[in-house]
Design a protein around this ligand. Structure first.
Ligand SMILES: [Zn+2]
Length: 537
């Protein structure tokens, strides 16, 4: 079958924001548009200008952006029943958004036409055709989103195809079939898309899928295999209910497995970074299990497996991790032998000789710490610091002289507040700071930052992104121990650190200390690496 170059249509900023807990400010949305444009996404759906003032402001600002490739789309619906397209207020608002592309959604399913729109089958077809024609006449490229297409098709295939034909007659550049409820199975979708491709030509057909059956990616790929040439989806699968089809999974499959082409294909190695950027702005924690780009996507545990993966990466990895900007990770656990430690050390950037006594010592130290209850699988940064101390005699950027944390409740109606005092030696100078916060760990974090920021401004870029405590059963006495895992981010990278103590504040301190220490170690390494290339694609 002849294949067309694909068009990638991102709806993170419209359908994605329907997701629970996802919201973007106008500034966030503009930053995301620029980033998606740099990545090479073809269409960026910015929002629904008819729905709220925030989206109207967004479109005003988006017009000023100098995009090099992407076309921004405004989203809305067909004209109302019984109203001329030229008189329809919502279509007017869509044109005022001033985007090169307008996407309008219309009804496919007769059930919706009669029960929800309360109009006739014929009027619905006229609504689709008139609306598209009106927008095309105003110079817009129109993408027609056929809502509930697959359910509608199962109910009445001929009518469903007539709705697409109406949009085609109106001049729509693309007819996108939407699996709005996300319930369509792969084979059914493939068959229905193939029918539409036969009727209208693959270059004019698109798919928009949801993940309600856990098949969002699978049905999107099936749509492409059946001949569709435009794929809609969202970054990180944001979207209502279980989310939209996830572009961060769709794209590597299309390019690496199906051998397809699209404008963003050369930028695939930046996919992971793009995904993190979007999570950061959405205030979401990156999913470690995300296919291709998750932290665990190429993580290997256990000596034998890790060893084999090192020798022949292909033997345990379905793609080269670097193709999507990811990398192989060796998980160090007490099963690990010398070769795993050496591999891990190399992964973290150390030059080590497998037979050096330092490696033997560090392995012993690691086993001792793991026996005590430390766990480094989610704390690569603490592990790196440990290796730096043992293998390179790395000296910490600051030294603890003391800290104090007080939690106080000032009356029956008041909530408790915490105050932390920190004394550390920074570049030979003793710094003494105090900070107040709701929680004791936040107070400690704030006080330590105050102490470090002047000498190390890079600390300002970091923020605590996750904090977890696990109480370990004590096998050795009355006290149980607390293991604290902290995740820190600087917008570019995320790292994990660990602390362990009978005292939860002390365990938190250890993890916090490592979090900052790691950031400073990395800054130092970057400095040593000299001037890096500027960040251009
Ligand atoms: Zn949708």
């Amino acid at each position: 079958m002849k294949t067309h170059p694909l068009k990638i249509y991102d709806t993170t900023l419209r359908d994605g924001t329907q997701g629970e807990g996802i919201s973007f400010s106008v500034t966030d949305k503009l930053l995301i548009v620029e980033r998606l444009d740099q990545f090479g996404i073809d269409y960026i759906e910015g929002g629904f200008p008819g729905s709220n003032p925030r989206d109207i402001t967004f479109f005003e600002e988006a017009r000023k952006l100098k995009l090099r490739h992407a076309l921004v789309a405004a989203f809305g619906s067909t004209r109302r029943a019984g109203v001329a397209a030229a008189k329809d207020v919502q279509l007017q608002v869509l044109l005022e958004a001033g985007t090169p592309v307008v996407t309008i959604v219309g009804k496919t399913w007769l059930l919706h036409v009669t029960e929800i729109l309360r109009t006739t089958a014929e009027e619905n077809l006229a609504m689709i055709e008139d609306s598209v024609r009106h927008l095309v006449a105003a110079g817009r490229e129109v993408v027609y989103d056929a809502e509930h297409f697959f359910d509608g098709y199962k109910d009445d295939p001929e009518y469903a195809l007539r709705t697409l034909a109406a949009a085609a007659r109106g001049g729509a550049a693309n007819l996108t079939m939407c699996d709005t409820n996300g319930g369509t199975l792969v084979e059914d979708l493939r068959e229905i898309v193939a029918r539409a491709v036969k009727e209208f030509g693959g270059e004019r057909v698109g798919v928009h899928c949801h993940n309600d059956s856990g098949l969002g990616v699978a049905v999107s790929l099936a749509g492409v295999a059946a001949g569709a040439s435009l794929v809609q989806g969202t970054m990180n699968g944001f979207g209502e209910r279980t989310g939209n089809a996830n572009l961060t999974t769709i794209l590597p499959n299309l390019f690496l497995k199906m051998g397809r082409e699209a404008a963003c294909r050369p930028n695939l190695p930046q996919l992971r970074e793009l995904s993190h950027y979007i999570d950061e702005l959405a205030n979401q924690r990156p999913d470690p299990k995300a296919p291709f780009i998750g932290a665990s996507a190429f993580a290997h545990k256990g000596g034998l497996h890790a060893n084999a993966a090192q020798k022949v990466a292909r033997s345990y990895e379905h793609i080269t991790p670097a193709a999507v900007g990811n990398h192989t990770r060796v998980l160090v656990s007490d099963l690990a032998g010398r070769s795993s430690i050496v591999m891990k050390a190399r992964e973290l950037g150390f030059h080590v000789d497998e037979h050096s006594p330092a490696v033997k010592n560090v392995l012993e130290e690691l086993k001792r710490l793991e026996f005590e209850g430390y766990e480094f699988e989610a704390a690569d940064a603490s592990l790196k610091l440990l290796l730096a101390r043992w293998l390179q005699k790395h000296t910490p950027a600051f030294e603890l002289e003391g800290y104090r944390v007080i939690v106080e409740c000032r009356g029956p109606e008041a909530s408790a507040v915490a105050e932390a005092t920190v004394k550390v030696k920074v570049k030979g100078k003793s710094m003494h700071t105090v900070a107040e916060c709701i929680g004791p760990v936040s107070a400690l974090d704030k006080a330590l930052r105050l102490a470090l920021e002047r000498a190390y401004p890079a600390i300002k870029d970091t923020a605590l992104s996750d904090y977890k405590v696990r109480i370990l059963d004590s096998k050795r006495g009355a006290n149980s121990r607390a293991r604290v895992l902290i995740e820190t981010s600087d917008g570019e990278d995320i790292w994990g650190t660990v602390g362990l103590s009978d005292n939860i504040i002390e365990a938190s301190w250890e993890a916090l200390r490592d979090a900052f220490e790691y950031k400073l170690l990395r800054e130092e390494e970057r400095g040593d690496a000299g001037n890096r290339k500027p960040d251009t694609a």
